[in-house]
Design a protein. Structure first.
Length: 475
């Protein structure tokens, strides 16, 4: 065993056994950094050639710095001596157990019959059987045995306890689990039996595809974003709920997009955000009393029924257009016209199904009598009086027939009003201007009372509420 147990600096040693470093401070200094480092308890300190006492004259506790108790002055020489490793250049055999108090480092490839360690064994690779309470590898752990596993005691890797895996696992062949599988994430689960999810099932992409059989849900189906059903036919229907039972439903919190037909006894909800809702086929869209159909961002157009005999079409925008080349407004039975209008043609108004007014290119054509509050516009209504009489506002547009005097009051009539007076007697009568009122004959400047001759006719026309002009058979 050449060089075995050589103490000192052997020619084959690669590590430093004793390290020295000298310092000559230029000013008073207490702390000195030892460049090559030291092991605590294995460094001596010499000041001007005198060995210092550890703990009294200096301290060395961190492996790099040595601190003096008293300052080293300018011109002093401080020498630090550290005792490094003890190297064994080549150890071939040992007759008994070989015990290492700290770490054993082997730089080459070595074969050991048995290695017993209470700490950690680190190597680039291990070959052969490896047992122990704890095995750790910073790189891939390769097991070359190809034995398949059919039980808990067969296969290339047998683990008596549990296995904790921080990241993904890939299995090239089948996997058999005798108990319950609990997982946070998995790509595909193929099961010949029943898959039970204790805390629910979530499909973030891809959806749920059932290729055979009937999917039965004992309680609610809750869809977080969207439910897509490819189609609904008469022979394959999407059914939600249990036939003959109640309390089950389909809840969709996002979009439910169905390309086929949705059949339900009723739809419940406000429908405030419904868009693209077509209504067709043989069914109708019904609204209860007081529930309207609204159009526009601010519910500008509203159609609703309040109950009883009242229905409304209401426009809140300020303008409403009803566009048609032929427009009919009819009674509820549809057998009588109320209004009929045709583009580039007439507009007709009806009374009890009979046309009464028609617009023409030059005006209007009226089938019956044209009347206003005074009566027919083709006649002058008669007001018969047999004693002295004061005109009233309702006499405007009428002829007052009398055999006695008539008084014209002030501030009763308005500008433009006209009243005719007929003297239905063989004696003249007086038309008296009321207090504050001015009545003048046509063509004269003076005002005052006037005389209407026997069987004479005169018309009064008001210029203002307090003045009027009279013309006719006046004396």
């Amino acid at each position: 065993m050449p060089n075995n147990g050589y103490i000192g600096r052997s020619p084959g040693d690669s590590s430093v056994i004793v390290a020295r470093e000298s310092f000559t401070p230029g000013a008073a200094t207490t702390d000195f950094t030892f460049a090559s480092g030291y092991t605590v308890g294995y460094i001596d300190c010499y000041l001007n050639g005198v060995r210092q006492v550890y703990g009294t004259d200096y301290t060395a506790s961190n492996g790099t710095t040595v601190g003096l108790t008293s300052f080293a002055q300018s011109g002093d020489v401080l020498e630090l001596v550290a005792y490094k490793s003890f190297n064994v250049a080549n150890l071939e055999t040992a007759s008994g157990n070989f015990t290492v108090g700290n770490k054993l480092t082997v730089s080459g490839i070595s074969s050991f019959t048995d290695v017993v360690s209470s700490g950690i064994i680190t190597a680039d690779s291990f070959s052969g059987n490896l047992t122990g309470a704890s095995v750790s590898s910073s790189g891939p752990l390769t097991i070359s045995d190809t034995t398949a596993s059919t039980t808990t005691t067969t296969g290339a890797l047998i683990v008596s306890g549990g296995v904790g895996i921080a990241k993904s696992i890939f299995v090239g062949e089948g996997i058999s689990i005798a108990g319950t599988i609990t997982y946070n994430d998995v790509t595909n689960v193929d099961s010949i039996g029943i898959v039970t999810a204790g805390k629910g099932f979530r499909a973030t992409t891809g959806g749920v595809i059932v290729t055979a059989g009937v999917s039965t849900f004992a309680n609610h189906i809750i869809v977080g974003t969207g439910l897509s059903i490819a189609g609904v036919t008469t022979s394959h229907k999407a059914r939600f709920g249990v036939v003959g039972a109640s309390g089950t439903s389909l809840h969709v919190h996002g979009d439910a997009r169905i390309t086929g037909v949705v059949t339900a006894t009723s739809f419940i909800g406000s429908g405030a955000n419904l868009t693209s809702l077509p209504v067709g086929g043989g069914n109708s869209l019904s609204f209860n009393d007081g529930v309207g159909a609204y159009w526009g961002n601010s519910t500008d157009l509203q159609i609703y029924h309040t109950g009883g005999d009242y229905s409304y079409i209401k426009d809140n925008s300020g303008r409403a257009y009803l566009r048609s080349n032929r427009f009919y407004m009819q009674n509820n039975a549809g057998d009588e016209n109320l209004i009929y209008a045709e583009a580039d043609d007439a507009v007709y108004l009806y009374f009890n199904g009979t046309k009464q007014l028609e617009t023409t290119a030059t005006g209007v054509s009226i089938a019956g009598t044209v009347s206003d509050i005074k009566g027919s516009l083709r006649t002058i209504p008669k007001v018969a009086k047999t004693s002295s009489y004061t005109l009233v506002e309702s006499d405007v547009g009428k002829c007052v027939s009398t055999d006695s005097g008539v008084t014209v009051p002030n501030s009763v009539f308005a500008a433009g009003d006209a009243v005719t007076i007929w003297n239905d007697s063989s004696s003249s009568i007086t038309i008296t201007q009321g207090t504050g009122f001015q009545l003048r004959k046509a063509g004269e400047t003076s005002t005052g009372n006037v005389t209407l001759t026997n069987f004479g006719l005169a018309t009064i026309w008001w210029n203002t509420g307090g003045t009027a002009v009279i013309t006719g058979n006046l004396a």
